[in-house]
Ligand binder design. Structure first.
Ligand code: HEC
Ligand code: HEC
Length: 404
């Protein structure tokens, strides 16, 4: 009899636990405010006033063609799309990219990059178009030059035709640098069109705001619990905030900053510390002569940013949209999947972080279930269809038709 009672008791406990496990979390006012700030998606398009070609269809078309153009590189074999592959969320599925030489960092995805303020893991560029010049000229990436680009845009009939449609004055200028800037501005105009599609999370977020419980119920409970953790004890939203899940700035998350070079030598990647020096020295930054809108408030951050000790080992907070396609993760591509990123935050080395002055992060010591929930939430920020890959083909076909 008592055995029977014990069994019944155990069954009741099991049922109660199962029911609790499927119960969606309740979000408090602070969490609801945060969740609201992760949208709406997609955000309205805003032109970059520093780039006169921003938002112009002729430039978008030209930029798509240039993105696939290997002749921008020194050896004629490396195009942007080699390392930023449309089917991988415009990232490259290897830890560290290889251009003319092995690079120190992972190629980030380019979806939603128009929402960023700084470009590169170290923010060495302050506009999307300046960020397009860097890989062209970098001897370890494409190893090109102003002369190679200018020559190509003048001599190749199809490219010359597209360049004239995008910006006739620059395309016919005798000054090589104007042609380099034209190419970069068109590449930026194209990249501004790369936007992540709406996701299961976006439907949930919109439904939460209108208390539409039927739609909310379609979002997996595990992802909801992950979202609850993300917006509370996880503190993730302190840095991964806003519709693209980034505050646009730089932090040290305790990732190692040692790099092993192609020849086996050990070096360091100082991250934002050197990024600021490069930014200030870049003739194509927003303080330079090519910025089309020197009065814009976007000029202020680059004027006022100054190197500080704490910038050592800081890297840009990446967006968390479309992550399913853009692995491996982190600036050095050392985390192969989302579970290992979550484990990193769970096991953080506190001594290392606090000696670097980062005060936000604490090791989270997550349970196995909490880790799975966070991963489920991160996965829900990607939609199955990789955006814009077919638009890319359409744009290039259109360009070939207009300028054969
Ligand atoms: C050899 C591989 C490679 C090639 C070719 C390449 N990139 Fe990249 N790209 C990278 C890597 C690696 C990074 C990260 C660089 C860093 O942090 O300094 C990057 C960063 C970027 C970023 C900054 C993104 C962000 O969110 O911060 C942009 C924009 C970009 N590349 C555009 C381009 C364009 C446009 C081209 C062609 C002109 C190009 N890339 C060619 C590997 C490549
Ligand atoms: C202190 C700011 C900060 C906090 C808090 C933070 N992150 Fe990050 N996150 C970053 C930075 C910076 C990087 C890039 C680090 C690097 O590459 O060295 C990053 C990278 C990531 C990546 C990899 C994305 C990619 O494209 O490589 C994921 C996923 C991620 N964070 C999720 C989270 C989650 C989940 C939490 C909460 C548990 C969290 N982050 C908390 C700043 C933060």
């Amino acid at each position: 009899m008592s055995i029977l009672r014990a069994c019944l008791g155990l069954l009741l406990v099991l049922f109660a636990t199962a029911a609790r496990a499927d119960e969606p979390p309740v979000f408090d006012a602070t969490q609801r405010r945060l969740i609201r700030s992760f949208g709406p998606w997609p955000p309205a398009f805003r032109i970059d006033s520093g780039n006169p070609l921003s938002g112009r269809p002729e430039a978008v078309r030209f930029g798509a063609v240039l993105f696939a153009e290997p002749r921008l590189s020194k050896n004629g074999a490396l195009a942007c799309q080699n390392c930023h592959q449309p089917q991988h969320g415009w990232a490259e599925p290897v830890a560290r990219s290889h251009g003319l030489d092995r690079l120190d960092r992972n190629a980030p995805g380019l979806l939603d990059s128009r929402l960023h303020r700084w470009f590169g893991w170290d923010g060495a560029s302050d506009s999307l178009w300046a960020a397009a010049i860097r890989p062209i000229l970098d001897p370890r990436e494409m190893g090109g030059s102003t002369a190679i680009v200018a020559d190509l845009l003048r001599r190749d009939p199809a490219l010359a035709c597209l360049a004239r449609q995008a910006d006739d004055a620059a395309a016919t200028s005798p000054d090589d640098e104007s042609l380099l800037v034209l190419a970069a501005r068109a590449l930026a105009a194209f990249q501004e069109t790369l936007v992540s599609p709406r996701t299961a999370f976006d439907d949930f977020r919109d439904a939460l705001l209108t208390n539409d419980h039927a739609v909310m119920a379609r979002y997996p409970v595990s992802a909801q619990r992950g979202l609850a953790l993300f917006t509370s004890r996880g503190q993730c939203a302190t840095c991964h905030s806003g519709p693209a899940f980034t505050n646009g700035e730089f932090h040290d998350t305790g990732m190692p900053f040692f790099v092993i070079g192609a020849d086996g030598t050990r070096g360091v990647d100082p991250g934002r510390h050197r990024g600021i020096a490069r930014l200030k020295a870049n003739p194509f930054n927003r303080l330079g002569r090519y910025n089309a809108d020197p009065q814009s408030p976007a000029v202020l951050p680059v004027r006022h940013v100054a190197q500080q000790h704490r910038n050592w080992g800081e890297f840009k907070v990446p967006s968390l949209r479309s992550l399913l396609f853009t692995g491996p993760y982190m600036h050095d591509g050392s985390k192969p999947d989302l579970a290992s990123v979550v484990q990193h935050y769970s096991d953080l080395d506190e001594d290392r972080l606090h000696s670097d002055g980062e005060a936000i992060l604490r090791p989270l010591r997550l349970s196995a279930e909490e880790s799975r929930d966070l991963v489920a939430f991160l996965q829900s920020l990607s939609a199955p269809a990789v955006a814009a890959a077919s638009d890319y083909e359409t744009l290039k076909a259109e360009a070939r038709r207009l300028c054969p």
